[in-house]
Design a protein around this ligand. Structure first.
Ligand SMILES: Cc1ncc(C[n+]2csc(CCOP(=O)(O)OP(=O)(O)O)c2C)c(N)n1
Length: 618
């Protein structure tokens, strides 16, 4: 095995060129076998094997730096920098992260997880290098999907001015998680499909350059402000901005890439190398279903089928179904996703109402302001975005939606702990960042029927309203508790005495387990389903404070700015005699791992809560 000879960074340089393709094959086999057990980002990694090898052959790590956009495609980079053993525990609690981590290796120069940051971060590293008179190469690797994010253009706009070397590798596989969308994608596609004419273009270029008059002609074509130049030079969009464009080059041909990277390193400017790759390359099921294998659960290597077939529906499925029903009932409902039609469950809505569905690319900020525009124009927009990605659109929520009190529904999926993607993806801040915004309203369902009811309530609501629900299986208990949603009202699940558990969304299920334990220990215990996090139901709190000795708030959100803080603020002022215990995630970042383990680690599991309550009651 050649792969076994690679123990650390730069060892790849000892592999003979005639063995490079063999090494690429071994890496693919390794990744398929490991990811089939642990789960992980398979398709993007299979597509970036040769590209990563070529970068490692061209660079000298850790002096030279590679910034991986999103970072989900960095597995080969991890393999080539001495982290082969880490794949045993990839994305497991305490194990290796699925994303670049500075604390994991000095070959990871910048942590990522959210998209479209690599050019900004790379440019910062370039400026730091130059100001400190250092001399090394900095490469940002960005996918065509991530190039749909606004931040990438802000960075390109800045990078265009620099007079020192900065390499941007555009890893273009024509896919985001799902099919890539938009004008830039179309532009890149045109370059790619013009590939067959490239030989002809090169022929024209070479024969022109051979003749005496050739050079001035080529130079005036380069300067010409017409599409004629596209005949000779692809990538004029970047060239016109002031960024040198090289490519397109076959991202599975190492020699071809080495040649272009050599040229790129000589440029005294920002240079974009356009590399064409295939997502899922080398594994037939992933080539055929690139979206499904973007982030794969453990699967059977022979068939590509999931090892644990899905039996129960998750919250995303429930959202998906109710959106289709609402789409039928109201013809002014529109749905917006930022590049996640599959992940958010909007694909069915897209198929049923294509003209009322919008995939705006990985552009959460734009998605929110676009929704505000739709609402101002008389439509009923539903923006479905994961909790952690919505962090990006804070100002748009405040400035464009909430100041104008526009009726935009925010469907916030993956709220709470998400597990193996780790710190960058945990949805544990949304209650805090949303509830500080005037005019915003927030709900969280206790089970799958309540999500459906809340969506119906939200669609008729007169202002901004958010519904946050977690990743994974939808809770199907408490079906009989289905009182109509009434604005700002919580719901008694059990109304007793002594201890009142006031739980938000996913924590209602946990509260039922805690209650069982407390009852066994001889305490009467009520359970309140908060339903609304903003506004909080002060009437039910007054009532609970009168009849209970201890009130316990429970939420899957950090402490600062969360539900518990609001309840404490209210009770301190109005019911100072009742004891209060706040259960929440500590104000820290939570790393990757199995959600049940993480819940225990952060102290929001039933066992830990029960112990804390009992300690207080004693
Ligand atoms: C801000 C943000 N929104 C959404 C995502 C989810 N996401 C992860 S990878 C990805 C697609 C990236 O496509 P591309 O850059 O082309 O990389 P590929 O996987 O195709 O190699 C998306 C939408 C994210 N990581 N960050």
């Amino acid at each position: 095995m050649i792969l076994e000879t690679i123990e650390k960074e730069n060892d790849i340089k000892n592999v003979a060129p005639e063995n490079w393709n063999l090494l690429a094959e071994e890496i693919r086999e390794f990744l398929i076998n490991k990811i089939s057990v642990t789960g992980g980002h398979l398709g993007s990694n299979l597509g970036a094997v040769e590209l990563t090898m070529a970068l490692h052959l061209s660079l000298n790590l850790p002096q030279d730096k590679i910034v991986w956009d999103v970072g989900h495609q960095s597995y080969t980079h991890k393999l080539l920098t001495g982290r082969r053993a880490g794949f045993e525990n990839l994305r497991k609690y305490g194990g290796m992260s699925g994303f670049p981590k500075r604390k994991e290796s000095n070959c990871d120069c910048f942590d990522t997880g959210h998209s479209s940051t690599s050019i900004s971060a790379g440019l910062g590293l370039v400026k730091a290098r130059d100001l400190r008179n250092e001399d090394h190469t900095i490469v940002s690797v960005i996918g065509d999907g991530s190039l749909t994010g606004g931040m990438a253009y802000e960075a390109l706009n800045n990078a265009a001015r620099i007079k020192r070397n900065f390499i941007i590798v555009l890893n273009d596989n024509n896919m985001s998680i799902s099919e890539n969308v938009g004008g830039m994608s179309k532009y890149l596609n045109n370059i790619r499909t013009a590939d067959k004419y490239l030989d002809m273009k090169e022929g024209i270029y070479n024969s022109l350059m051979e003749s005496k008059l050739g050079e001035p002609i080529v130079s005036s074509i380069r300067k010409a402000k017409s599409s004629v130049k596209q005949l000779v030079i692809p990538g004029m969009f970047f060239e016109d901005m002031g960024i040198t464009y090289l490519g397109p080059v076959d991202g599975h041909n190492i020699n071809a890439m080495l040649k272009v990277f050599r040229e790129a390193k000589r440029c005294k400017s920002a240079v974009l190398v356009h590399v064409i790759t295939q997502k899922g390359k080398g594994f037939a099921p992933a080539e055929k279903h690139p979206a499904r294998f973007h982030g794969a659960e453990p699967f059977d290597v022979k068939t590509g089928l999931p090892l644990i077939p899905k039996t129960k529906s998750n919250y995303t499925d429930v959202f998906s179904t109710v959106m289709c029903k609402l789409g039928d009932r109201y013809d002014d409902i529109v749905a917006i996703t930022a590049a996640m039609p599959d992940g958010t469950g909007l694909k069915r809505f897209k198929n049923m109402y294509p003209e009322r569905f919008f995939d705006v690319g990985i552009a959460e900020e734009h998605a929110v302001t676009f929704a505000a525009g739709l609402a101002a124009g008389g439509m009923r927009p539903v923006v479905a975005i994961y909790s952690s990605f919505l962090q990006r659109a804070y100002d748009q929520i405040l400035h464009d939606v909430c100041i104008q009190n526009l009726p935009v529904v925010f469907a916030i999926d993956r709220a709470g702990l998400v597990g193996s993607d780790g710190e960058t993806h945990q949805g544990i801040f949304d209650l805090s960042y949303l509830s500080s915004i005037p005019n915003m309203h927030i709900m969280a369902p206790k089970n799958k029927w309540e999500l459906s009811d809340m969506m119906k309530f939200a669609i008729d609501f007169h202002g901004p309203i958010a519904i946050r629900y977690p990743r994974g299986e939808a809770y199907d208990g408490l079906r009989e508790y289905r009182a109509p949603i009434s604005f700002g009202e919580a719901e008694w699940i059990y109304q007793e005495k002594t201890i009142a558990l006031v739980a938000v969304g996913s924590m209602v299920k946990t509260a039922l387990t805690v209650r069982e334990e407390l009852i066994q220990k001889g305490f009467a215990c009520s359970v309140i389903n908060a339903r609304f996090v903003k506004p909080i139901d002060t009437q039910i709190l007054d009532e609970a404070a009168k009849t209970h000795r201890l009130i316990v708030t429970m939420e899957e959100n950090v402490a600062s700015g969360g539900f518990g803080e609001k309840v404490r603020d209210y009770l301190d002022r109005h019911c100072p005699d009742v004891k209060l215990l706040n259960i929440h995630i500590p104000d820290e970042y939570v790393e990757h791992g199995n959600v049940d383990i993480l819940r225990r680690e952060v102290g929001i599991d039933a066992g830990t809560i029960g112990q804390k309550v009992l300690a207080l009651m004693r």
